[in-house]
Design a protein around this ligand. Structure first.
Ligand SMILES: Cc1cc2nc3c(=O)[nH]c(=O)nc-3n(C[C@H](O)[C@H](O)[C@H](O)COP(=O)(O)OP(=O)(O)OC[C@H]3O[C@@H](n4cnc5c(N)ncnc54)[C@H](O)[C@@H]3O)c2cc1C
Length: 297
């Protein structure tokens, strides 16, 4: 496709060609995007989608839950990191753009003495990524607080999904085929900030290999069970595949030991899942997601 037919009209939107994506993932693996952009406003995001005719479009938030495929990724990869404005509508409700950092939102809520999101302590990434997988801990998830999602669809239109128009559950949200542009979160019925609850969730992070590059927990917990415990009991700690290894601190974390590829990480995940299945008959389901197109426009 000739480049000119793709490039948006707005001179403010910068498109990079052959952009390595490693630095946009916490795992630090993956290939190169044919085209790459970081919109700063929702209208720039819409314009990008309208311009990207016939191309697969990918969206990356904080890159803390994804595996970016190795090699050349055909199409347009969009990072939402610069789409990060927050506007408070009143004391207990805010519109937050999808690239806003979740930890930063938690910091604001703590300062405002608004409780509810203490369980998000230490979860990396953006609001858009968190909503797309209903990130959370201790049986809670961020989608509980979402009143409304504004998202850009395949034709570049901004659509609104209200609470009740989408489902969510343990590490899942039914919103798909759109790019989340912003969310309206309501903290109306929330209690005051609970510092000891927050510290409790934060201290659970001590069992995680935070000094190493990872994408968080590799597998979801099977019903009534812990994936980390199963992996540990089946002897997965320390297993390796190329440059990827299972953390010996937490068996549900695959870490990039330095020179891992995404194929190494996926190969190791498969090896672990196979071992757990052989040992226990339980099929583990991946929590980390391979970056795939939101849509092909
Ligand atoms: C050390 C560590 C600890 C973690 N602990 C937890 C935890 O306790 N609980 C938990 O739930 N998770 C945890 N995670 C995983 C991860 O941080 C969360 O899932 C996080 O919410 C992902 O957000 P992100 O912005 O990084 O999303 P990304 O990794 O960038 O993307 C994840 C998915 O969301 C899609 N996406 C991103 N933005 C948008 C958007 N605007 N519109 C539509 N789709 C979008 C992507 O295409 C991809 O499919 C942890 C990760 C790490 C590295």
């Amino acid at each position: 496709m000739p480049l000119k037919s793709f490039y948006p009209n707005s001179p403010d939107i910068i498109i990079t060609e052959n952009q390595p994506l490693k630095q946009f993932s916490t795992l630090g693996t993956g290939g190169t995007a044919e085209y790459f952009a970081q919109p700063e406003t929702i209208s720039q995001l819409q314009e990008l989608i309208i311009s990207a005719r016939n191309m697969p479009v990918y969206v990356i938030g904080g890159g803390s839950n994804i595996i970016i495929p190795d090699g050349l990724i055909h199409g347009l990869a969009i990072s939402t990191r610069r789409l990060d404005a927050v506007s408070w509508q009143n004391e207990s409700s805010a519109e937050i753009e999808s690239g806003h950092n979740l930890s930063h939102l938690v910091k604001i809520l703590r300062e405002k003495n608004i409780g509810g999101l203490e369980f998000s302590a230490g979860i990396p990434g953006t609001i858009g990524g968190a909503v797309s997988g209903n990130a959370g801990a201790g049986g809670r998830g961020i989608c509980e607080f979402i009143e409304c999602v504004k998202a850009v669809d395949i034709s570049g239109r901004l659509v609104t999904l209200r609470r009740g128009e989408f489902d969510y559950g343990y590490r899942m949200c039914s919103i798909s085929g759109v790019i989340i542009a912003s969310v309206i979160m309501s903290f109306t019925d929330c209690p005051a900030w609970n510092e000891s609850l927050y510290s409790d969730f934060m201290s659970r992070r001590k069992s995680q290999p935070l000094r190493f590059r990872s994408a968080g927990c590799t597998f979801k917990n099977p019903p009534g069970n812990s994936a980390g415990k199963l992996l540990d009991e089946c002897g997965c700690k320390g297993l390796t595949f190329g440059g990827a290894s299972v953390s010996d601190m937490h068996a549900n974390f695959i870490i990039n030991s330095g020179h891992a590829t995404s194929s190494d990480v996926l190969g190791l995940a498969e090896k672990c899942a196979h071992r757990v299945y052989e040992c226990t008959g339980i099929k583990l389901e991946l929590e980390i997601k391979t970056l795939s197109p939101c849509f092909s426009v």
